[in-house]
Design a protein around this ligand. Structure first.
Ligand code: BGC
Length: 759
């Protein structure tokens, strides 16, 4: 496919200012006898393609987010039915998007370039003759259209008085428009990967008149998306809305949790502001490129009574097939489950992100901990394969992996961290287990190997604060490099935790992950039949494990009262047999002593319920899940949460803190509802063998789960009554399955049916 890139902005741009969107048009002739017509297009920026006045695509924010220095996706359209004989017009609105808009934790702009670019190739087929219309200097462009400011994150300003009716249709007088400049693009232009980013559920708001005198809309659901509205008024009237996630303790709209109290630093603000200048009369507006994480909208300057029917919030996320359902007898857990689904939706916006408002970055650690849960909820194959390509494309020279992919500037230089960079090993393995496909493993293999070698190099070096430490095993302890560590245990804050990690990384966390990735690499080598590598990395993993035990366990025990210090060695397999039993017992005691309140952070929350359950402490797991006080999952539900919060104390005693209310990472623990509570798990890759091993407990009198695996539909519904346990199982025909009942009875050749036991 041949693409010619053009820049619609001819003059130098002032990088200090926000930029206007470009409108681009090309008039072309279609002769008689046309038989086929296709259009291929892409942009460095975000764009809306149209033909003869009609938008060609319902997907949003095309061409999607990739590291544009390396690759950009193109879109393809069959345009025959949109064409007519005579004059036709191809149109495009081109905005900043991820290419040059505000990006990542520090709101960097122009990360990938200064001027947006567009490429379009139109193919017209007449019998055996073919005609190509390619973007070039003769394509017309204009910057002073209605879209006066555009950004995914900060602000969209639309001046309806500047609308140009018919600008992308034949017969438009484009005298005031100018030509474009040819531009170079050295990356790869590739076909679309991933899943379509689409407008989905819609919510009508309640109108609140808050005590500080504002009019605020409450859409009832926190999500990533837009607000569409209808308004009537005089031409030139300016209205705006700011989109946020919560009300404060006085019931007033606040952005405090996203940008700090009374944020004075414009750069650090998330913005999420839409400004609209009315034309005369009644009009409806749908934002073009702005997308926000919000539940509430504060309105400013509304020229008429604010009526709920004039507003609707529309969720926007990548459309993945839903594969998992879960309900149980505890309505709060059911709500929590829905909240987790919404946090996935809000953060599967073309790439897997941390949160949909503040940073919106492809944080590698967040999807690392969430992948298993995501795989129960949805079919992630295409979505995560695209993102794995993004990740692989970002590997550093030294083999390490970034904490964010596609690339977004961090602290300067190359930022990596254990638990985050390890996504390179964890995700392909998770995909193999769930879908049984070795493609992921093959594609990532070399990258994982280089990564593990990089970790080996880090381990050989010593942190200057640890130079006094001696011992052979020290060459397997990772204490150099930057590592976020456990991250955000209850009471932790992003700034505090980041500073702690800068002073000295937590080598226990980093070494455990070094073990995890070398062991995973050895398993992948074995699956792919790479015998030598398998042996090499089994032996490396063993040495790291020994070193871990020597350095971090005294008499087999962690010298700490932090829950994470027990969960991690347990779930990673860093302790065995009796050592494992002792550690699990100690973890259980810590949890009981803590009144079943969660004490873990980012890197172990997703495993705490699993390790408790797998070691015989399922009652503790249930109590931790169901307890209602802070910190805990149900506490958030009781506070009215509609998504999963970033920090356990994001809202405490009604006081709004400084954390996002829409992070899926702490919700990742809920894969437990499928894998332990309902007990649906793959034994062989891709559910080629299935295990159904339900674990009842807590207040649950029933649980119902279904999962559309690649091998077929699986259902596990159980009910307990007066000490009697009834399990109804549905299994795909011909797939070997084992059912293990709570009393320990095993059915080796299980089939669809009802199984019963006494509890
Ligand atoms: C993000 C996280 C991310 C982290 C790194 C935060 O600011 O929102 O979810 O993984 O930084 O620790």
């Amino acid at each position: 496919m041949k693409f010619v890139f053009i820049e619609p902005e001819l003059n130098d741009i002032n990088v200090k200012e926000t930029q206007k969107a470009s409108y681009i048009r090309k008039s072309f002739q279609v002769g008689p006898g046309i038989e086929a017509a296709r259009m291929y297009s892409t942009a460095l920026g975000v764009y809306i393609p149209s033909l003869n006045g009609k938008d060609l695509d319902e997907r949003r924010l095309l061409p999607g987010f990739t590291d544009y220095d390396k690759r950009v996706q193109y879109q393809e359209y069959d345009i025959l039915s949109c064409l007519k004989e005579g004059e036709n017009v191809a149109g495009c609105i081109l905005g900043d998007g991820w290419y040059r808009g505000n990006l990542g934790p520090f709101n960097n702009r122009y990360v990938y370039g200064q001027k947006t670019k567009y490429a379009c190739s139109i193919q017209l087929v007449y019998g055996d003759r073919e005609e190509w219309i390619l973007t070039g200097e003769d394509w017309k462009s204009f910057q002073d259209g209605p879209l006066q400011e555009n950004d995914l994150k900060k602000q969209e300003v639309y001046d309806a008085t500047k609308e140009m009716p018919g600008w992308n249709e034949p017969g438009f007088e484009d005298g005031g428009w100018h030509g474009c400049a040819l531009a170079e693009y050295t990356g790869k232009v590739i076909p679309m990967e991933g899943e379509p980013l689409l407008m989905q559920e819609r919510f009508t708001p309640k109108v609140l008149h808050t005590s500080d005198g504002n009019t605020v809309l409450d859409f009832g659901q926190n999500l990533a998306g837009i607000v569409e509205f209808t308004v009537s008024g005089k031409a030139g009237t300016k209205v705006s809305m700011v989109l946020g996630e919560t009300l404060n303790e006085e019931g007033n709209f606040t952005m405090k949790n996203l940008e700090g109290e009374g944020n004075k630093n414009e750069k650090m603000g998330v913005g999420q502001r839409l400004t609209y200048i009315l034309k005369e009369g009644k009009q409806t507006y749908r934002p073009h490129f702005l997308i926000s994480g919000f539940q509430y909208a504060k309105l400013e300057g509304w020229p008429e009574e604010v009526r709920p029917e004039n507003f609707v919030s529309v969720a926007i996320y990548s459309r993945l097939k839903e594969t998992g359902t879960f309900t149980c007898s505890n309505p709060d857990v059911n709500k929590l489950f829905q909240n987790m689904r919404w946090s996935q939706k809000s953060n599967f916006v073309d790439i897997p992100t941390d949160c949909p408002q503040r940073e919106r970055a492809g944080w590698t650690g967040d999807i690392n901990v969430f992948v298993e849960t995501a795989n129960y909820l949805t079919d992630t194959r295409a979505f995560l394969r695209k993102w794995m390509h993004d990740l692989i494309s970002e590997q550093f020279e030294n083999g390490n992996f970034p904490v964010i992919a596609p690339r977004v500037p961090m602290f300067g230089g190359e930022s990596s961290s254990s638990g985050w960079s390890d996504a390179i090993a964890a995700i392909p393995m998770a995909q193999y287990r769930t879908y049984g496909d070795t493609t992921f493993l093959e594609e990532a293999y070399d990258a994982i190997k280089r990564y593990v070698e990089c970790c080996r190099g880090m381990a050989r070096k010593n942190h200057f604060l640890h130079l006094f430490k001696r011992g052979e095993h020290r060459q397997y302890i990772v204490d150099t490099g930057y590592h976020f560590g456990e991250w955000l245990e209850p009471g932790g804050s992003n700034v505090k935790d980041a500073l702690k990690a800068i002073v000295c990384p937590d080598s226990e966390v980093a070494t455990a992950w070094f073990y995890y990735s070398s062991r995973t690499l050895s398993q992948i080598a074995s699956i792919l039949g790479k015998k030598e590598d398998e042996e090499e990395y089994v032996s490396l993993a063993e040495k790291v494990k020994e070193a871990y035990q020597k350095e971090f366990l005294k008499g087999g025990m962690p010298q700490s009262t932090r829950q994470c210090k027990y969960v991690r060695p347990l779930y990673m397999g860093l302790v065995e047999n009796e050592g494992k039993e002792r550690l699990a017992k100690a973890l259980n005691e810590l949890c009981v002593k803590n009144n079943y309140k969660i004490g873990t952070g980012f890197l172990t929350t997703y495993q705490i319920l699993n390790v408790l359950t797998d070691n015989g402490y399922q009652e503790t797991a249930y109590k931790m899940l169901e307890q209602e006080e802070c910190p805990g999952w149900i506490y958030e539900v009781k506070q009215g949460a509609t998504t999963i919060w970033e920090g356990w104390m994001a809202i405490q005693d009604g006081k709004v803190g400084t954390q996002s209310l829409n992070h899926y990472a702490p919700g990742a623990a809920l894969s437990w509802l499928f894998s332990r509570c309902a007990g649906i798990r793959p034994i062989g890759p891709g559910y080629r063998r299935i295990l159904i091993r339900p674990v009842p407990g807590g207040t649950f009198t029933y649980a119902k789960a279904s999962y559309e695996s690649v091998a077929g539909r699986i259902v596990s519904n159980w009910e307990r009554k007066d000490g009697h346990f009834v399990l109804k199982v549905e299994l795909p025909e011909g797939v070997p399955a084992i059912v293990v009942m709570p009393d320990g009875k095993r059915y080796e050749n299980a089939v669809t049916g009802t199984y019963e036991c006494e509890l």
